[in-house]
Design a protein around this ligand. Structure first.
Ligand code: NAP
Length: 321
């Protein structure tokens, strides 16, 4: 008889981080269930493996039955569900706090061997940010329901389809001369999505000790410097200006009325705190992963934002490729 390869359920596996974890698990030969609210919109994950190896399934982490159905039979579960703002019933509390606890409890009840929770640096029950509070409540619920769980807290994550460098590069393309920033002095430690995915894959395969890990890249710098790095690679000159917190809050208050807001008041609160690996935390090094620097990766996708896109290189070299 043939033995089936192990099965991982990745809840939120169609998102930016989740899809890289799905690829990392498929490369390791696992069968992968990508559990999302709208599996029809997640068909792009199927070519990550051989025919039938990676399959989208329906799951809403707010719902007991569909979460249980997605987890049943899985050897490992990775929870990548996260929201940046409340949207209808998809709130911080419902997804990041209750949902995380529900997934971990069901994983334990269904006999999964490993549970990996993707949280975030800054998760803090005492924070004035609802995002950070719900992440902390989610972590506590996961640790109670699944004591052997591995909790990964990345700093901001970069990669081809990220919402960090791409967002600022998009703003610089739209706005002439200046680039207004909220939290320009706040320190970040961007981490490559492939390093986060490798960490999650190791944890899902049982190669990581239980507990919390904080994931950051090799460099710490204020947001203003990361944006200047983006400007260098996109060949754009902009005066980077700091929006004072008071004005940022007013701006965010109006912006958050839009359906997919660029900025919310909660995010302004988050941006007031440094987003870096804490002293004494377990890190990527404890997982045997050497983090990659942003400089070596971002040029590979930010070239699209140059004034002439991929042809900028040609014009700079006087027509020579
Ligand atoms: N990206 C970063 O820089 C960063 C930094 C630190 C921490 N994190 C954490 O990493 C995790 C993944 O982030 P990401 O950037 O990959 O986010 P993302 O691209 O927005 O992906 C989130 C995923 O969650 C799914 N989802 C949302 N609500 C759901 C629900 N009720 N039931 C089931 N699935 C649901 C989304 O699918 P649908 O909406 O299509 O259902 C999507 O697949 C999150 O927990 C986030 O907080 C990310």
């Amino acid at each position: 008889m043939f033995e089936q390869s192990p099965l991982v359920t990745i809840i939120g596996g169609s998102g930016f981080v989740g899809r890289h974890i799905a690829q990392a698990m498929a490369r390791r030969g696992w069968r992968v269930r990508v559990a999302v609210r709208r599996p029809n919109d997640a068909m792009f994950v199927k070519p990550y493996g051989t025919v039938g190896q990676v399959e989208p399934v329906q799951c809403n982490i707010r719902d007991e039955a569909s979460t249980r159905a997605a987890i049943r039979g899985a050897d490992a579960v990775v929870n990548c569900v996260g929201v940046l703002f409340n949207s209808g019933r998809n709130t911080f509390d419902a997804c990041q706090a209750e949902g995380a606890g529900r997934a971990a409890r069901i994983a334990a009840e269904e006999g999964a061997r490993h549970f990996v929770q993707i949280s975030a640096i800054g998760a803090d029950a005492g924070s004035d940010s609802a995002y950070a509070r719900s992440k902390a409540v989610g972590e506590a619920a996961v640790a109670t329901a699944f004591p052997k769980a591995v909790i990964l807290r990345p700093s901001v994550v970069f990669g081809t389809d990220d919402g960090f460098f791409n967002r600022f590069a998009g703003m610089a393309r739209l706005i002439p001369l200046v680039l207004p920033l909220v939290g320009a002095g706040t320190k970040f430690q961007p981490v490559w999505v492939e390093d986060v995915a490798e960490a999650a894959a190791k944890a899902a395969c049982g190669e990581a000790a239980a507990g919390v890990y904080e994931l950051g890249g090799p460099a710490v710098a204020p947001l203003r410097d990361w944006v200047k790095l983006m400007l260098k690679f996109t060949r754009r000159r902009r005066l980077v200006i700091d929006i004072p917190p008071f004005f940022a809050r007013i701006q965010a208050w109006f912006l958050q009325m839009l359906p997919n807001p660029l900025l919310t008041v909660d995010q302004v609160k988050l941006l007031a705190r440094d987003n870096v690996v804490s002293d004494g935390a377990r890190t990527l090094a404890d997982l045997g992963i050497q983090p990659s620097a942003a400089e070596g990766v971002i040029e590979g996708y930010l070239y699209a934002y140059r004034p002439q896109g991929q042809y900028t290189q040609l014009t700079e070299n006087g027509g020579e490729a």
